[in-house]
Design a binder for this molecule. Structure first.
Ligand code: MGD
Ligand code: MGD
Ligand code: MO
Length: 631
């Protein structure tokens, strides 16, 4: 029997007594070794097996308190659901639905129906809505930045239609990656893939293309890719990038024709790297003092880049820190100075080695989706502002060229994420959570987040429920069968929300159980225009899945632009500079963006989030990472 995780597809067996799951030998030659932990974790003693309520909350009622690891009282489902529905009712009727935070960032587990966030959002929408969160921790800065530089559609294409591994093999002479092209990272895809393909691609690239990666770690790239390592201090890549531009400008290697035709602001960049703007020439010697990358290495790299078809890749990690938008901006600028943006296998990429679905070269099919309904509450935060929101209710912050006011939240509801794993400054997070009246967590395991909750509800794992799974560009929509019964009193979240909705007088299920919903989302997907040929549900289930078409995408991001189609930026070109006075309006026109993030959300201080996303602005305020690796 095969199951699915974000880590991929893998076979499992069940012990003769039907209770334990046993990992079987994977057919996937590139299977992630960590997959074994999923199986051994399924019956681990850290599983949440019964609903549990913080004793103090139970005895003294909802209210702000230090949510340390004090004791929990296990209660029956009826008691837990009764208490929780009462509390949800109290908060929504007394304070309004915006006092419920349901952002609930996190990956949960693979599966299209039992997607933890979709389920929670559908439930909260059914009871009047919630304060939501947008964007992510993965590309928090670049999701907001790139639409301003290249337009919203091209920014999206850079994620889903970048130069592919196959393009690199065929066209790229030199792939320069800022950050390691890690094998381990490509094991993971949202929704998982039928088979891991990263290593095979890396082997091909290793045979055809010179690969150079800049990183603090020597062993930071696929072994097979045969990459050359250049050491750089973390968070100093922007200095190296500016020095590379400096060399191109000074040595006459910049593609002035491309810059004139396809970009705005190149003259300002030239003046900036030459030091006309601030008296500091961004020479390789200047950069080497900051980055510890030797100046001759930088100079040589610039010449190698200009000598053939070069693709510049920036891994996600670089933008996940203060000032993290700068290396992304500077790398795009460098690619513009090389003039190869939009040529096959050349230009700029942002994700090789960060995610297994990056550059697979296949146009992703639409996938079955559990409908979430409509959220009438307009309040939202960039997801990484959780502590700021709780500590500073009512305060305004600049966000993506506009202003955002933090709502006053009384109850946070988390399902499928672990903020004590993913957030910064955990002491501050703990202080922030102490301001809540109530913190609800659905978990499979007693994570640190669960231990900080007031109400902890035990949920069934992927191995304990039925679902369907696939990732973007996947070769198969897979059946995810129930392998064992839920442990202890763990339940499907679908059941939990159905029960709560019943108590609160709303409709979560539309009269269907989770198996019927599975069939419904599958059949709706099958009937939708543009879906690939697929059999009826019963046949699909019996066959264990259906193959998805592997149509290669024709035009990569920027291909049409190179052919003359304008970008979705105000100038229609790549914007390398923005006047220091005033920001261009966000692509959304100031309204809530469908999906994007705060430039500074990786920092968690409102004062650091200035929506000043040009590195020119940053530099002028002397926020440059000069001298210290952490900036
Ligand atoms: N220091 C540092 N912090 C980081 C990063 C970093 O590089 N360094 N990376 C950041 C990034 S890019 C990301 S994406 C985040 C990841 O942050 P998270 O997505 O929060 O991390 P996970 O540990 O995968 O949390 C998922 C949780 O969901 C639970 N779970 C699984 N299935 C289900 C389910 O069906 N229902 C429910 N209710 N729960 C379920 C799991 O037990 C687990 O605790 O971390 C971010 N934080
Ligand atoms: N095995 C595994 N794979 C995963 C995940 C996982 O949890 N486990 N999470 C997935 C998720 S949610 C995401 S968002 C992606 C994250 O993908 P990334 O953000 O790309 O992954 P990281 O491993 O954090 O960073 C990649 C490499 O960048 C280098 N690096 C870090 N900072 C700097 C810097 O300032 N300069 C330079 N030059 N190099 C730097 C580090 O050496 C690191 O090995 O990974 C995905 N893949
Ligand atoms: Mo991520």
């Amino acid at each position: 029997m095969e199951t699915s995780a974000h880590w991929g597809t893998y076979p499992v067996e069940v012990s003769p007594d039907g209770r334990e799951v046993v990992a079987a030998k994977p057919q996937d030659v590139d299977a992630a070794p960590a997959i074994g932990n999923v199986v051994s974790g399924n019956r681990h003693r850290s599983r949440v097996t019964r609903p549990a309520v913080r004793r103090q909350w139970l005895e003294d009622g909802p209210g702000p308190r230090d949510r340390g690891p004090d004791d929990f009282v296990e209660v029956g489902w009826d008691t837990a659901l009764g208490l929780l529905s009462q509390e949800l009712e109290r908060v929504r009727s007394r304070f309004g639905n915006q006092a419920i935070f349901g952002g609930s960032y996190g990956w949960g587990s693979a599966g299209r129906l039992h997607h933890a966030q979709s389920q929670l959002h559908r439930f909260l929408n059914s009871v009047g809505g919630y304060t939501s969160s947008i964007n992510d921790y993965s590309r928090g800065a670049s999701i907001v930045l790139l639409p301003h530089l290249v337009g919203p559609r091209t920014a999206l294409d850079l994620r889903y239609k970048p130069a592919s591994w196959a393009d690199v093999v065929e066209h790229t002479d030199l792939l320069v990656s800022f950050g390691g092209v890690r094998r381990s990272n490509t094991w993971v895809v949202p929704g998982g893939h039928e088979r891991h393909i990263g290593s095979a691609h890396a082997r091909s690239v290793g045979r055809t293309t010179e690969v150079v990666f800049l990183s603090a770690q020597r062993d930071d790239a696929f072994e097979d890719i045969g990459a050359e390592w250049i050491g750089v201090m973390p968070a100093t890549d922007t200095a190296v990038l500016l020095a590379l531009i400096h060399v191109l400008v000074v040595d006459g290697l910049a593609d002035d024709e491309f810059l004139a035709r396809y970009t705005v602001g190149a003259d300002e960049v030239r003046r900036y790297v030459l030091g006309d703007a601030d008296g500091v020439a961004k020479t390789p010697e200047w950069a080497s003092r900051i980055s510890r990358t030797p100046a001759p290495v930088i100079r040589d790299l610039a010449h190698r880049m200009a000598a053939g078809r070069t693709l510049i890749n920036v891994v996600y990690a670089l933008q996940r820190g203060e000032g993290g938008e700068q290396p992304v901006f500077a790398a795009l600028t460098l690619a513009a100075f090389l003039g190869q943006i939009g040529l096959p296998g050349g230009g700029f990429a942002h994700g090789f080695g960060s995610m297994g679905d990056y550059g697979v070269g296949v146009a992703g099919s639409r996938l079955p989706t559990f409908p979430q309904g409509v959220n009438p509450v307009p309040d939202f935060i960039p997801c990484a502002r959780i502590s700021d929101m709780l500590l500073h209710p009512g305060e305004e912050i600049p966000y993506d060229g506009g202003t955002l006011r933090f709502p006053e939240v009384k109850l946070a509801y988390w399902a499928g994420g672990n903020p004590f794993h993913h957030h910064q400054d955990l002491k501050r997070l703990r202080e922030a959570l102490s301001r809540l009246d109530t913190f609800v967590v659905h978990e499979t395991h007693w994570t640190p987040t669960a231990r900080h909750a007031d109400v902890v509800l035990p949920v069934a794992t992927t191995l304990e429920r039925e679902d369907v799974a696939a990732g973007a560009g996947d070769s198969r929509l897979r059946v995810v069968p129930r392998v064992v019964e839920p442990l202890g009193e763990a339940r499907e979240e679908f059941w939990i929300y159905a029960e709560l909705a019943g108590r609160l007088g709303s409709d979560f299920t539309e009269g269907l159980d989770s198996r019927q919903w599975l069939e419904r989302i599958y059949e709706e997907w099958r009937a939708a225009p543009g879906s690939p040929p697929a059999p009826p549900f019963a046949e699909f289930w019996r066959d264990g899945g259906v193959d998805l078409p592997q149509d290669p995408y024709r035009d990569t991001a920027f291909a049409e632009f190179r052919d003359g189609a304008p970008l979705g930026t105000p100038s229609g070109r790549i914007e390398l500079w923005t006047p220091l006075t005033g920001h261009t309006s966000p692509p959304s026109g100031g309204a809530r963006p469908a999906s994007s993030t705060c430039t500074c959300c990786a920092t968690s201080r409102p004062t650091a989030c200035t929506a000043s996303w040009t590195w020119a602005t940053r530099a002028s305020r002397r926020r440059w990472p000069v001298g210290s690796p952490s900036g």
